[in-house]
Write a protein that binds this ligand. Sequence first.
Ligand code: NAD
Length: 251
Amino acid sequence: MEERLSEAARLMAVRRRVAVLTGAGISVESGIPDFRSRGGLWERFDPAEYATIQAFRADPAKVWKMLAEMEAVLDAARPNPAHEALARLEQAGVVTGVITQNIDGLHQAAGSRKVVEFHGSHRTLSCLACGARISRNEARQRGHPPACGCGALLKPDVVFFGEPIPEGALREAYRVAASCRVMLVVGTSAEVAPANQMPWVAKQAGAAVIEVNLAPTHLTESVTDVFLEGKAGRVLQDLADRTMALVETRD
Ligand code: NAD
């Protein structure tokens, strides 16, 4: 592990342009369960049953029950040392952008500025009929489940399974991935497409791939160059410290 951490830090400090792809695993230490955590939200609400656009359209009241619980979890969550390490690396000019599959806004709360929200955000809601967009605070005054002024249903601006990725986010994610020299992949099972294509886009453009996870994924044997096993908080703090130390001695 020691050697692999040094190798990863060296790659990041020498190559600099580091793009990051994050998944639910980076926010587990903030108290938001990933799809694999035991005893979490997703054990009671099967994502295949609750997180599809078809389910939302067919029975919005049922899906809003899950969304209301999820909101409570998201509201209580604060950035953890992993989010903070990435913000620090961006400020130092090492990280060029974070592509996140998360909807929790914790990268921005930690201070990251260049964040591509690949699966949208829970901060706003849009009307499925007229397209009007309102904030979550405003939506709280609109009944339950919340309705638009036009009478149609409001849906959080998160990408449900079966929905397309917002065009701007898709374009920006490809740009960030294709222009990096290192891709750091953190806390994702890489089972959800097209987000799981980003390490391949980076690799094809000549980037090295560093992966941080509790356990190997299908990326580990295929596209990953350096695998760092462990909790994102501890591993990223260590990696950021080592990278910054090398950057300072090189500048
Ligand atoms: P996933 O649940 O499929 O996989 C999570 C991965 O993170 C696993 O490989 C797991 O081993 C790893 N992991 C768990 N805890 C970790 C830790 N402390 N440190 C390092 N790694 C850890 O998540 P996914 O790949 O992001 O796909 C799930 C989909 O669900 C995504 O589209 C995402 O948008 C959504 N989701 C988002 C949130 C959120 O916003 N925080 C939470 C749950 C699910």
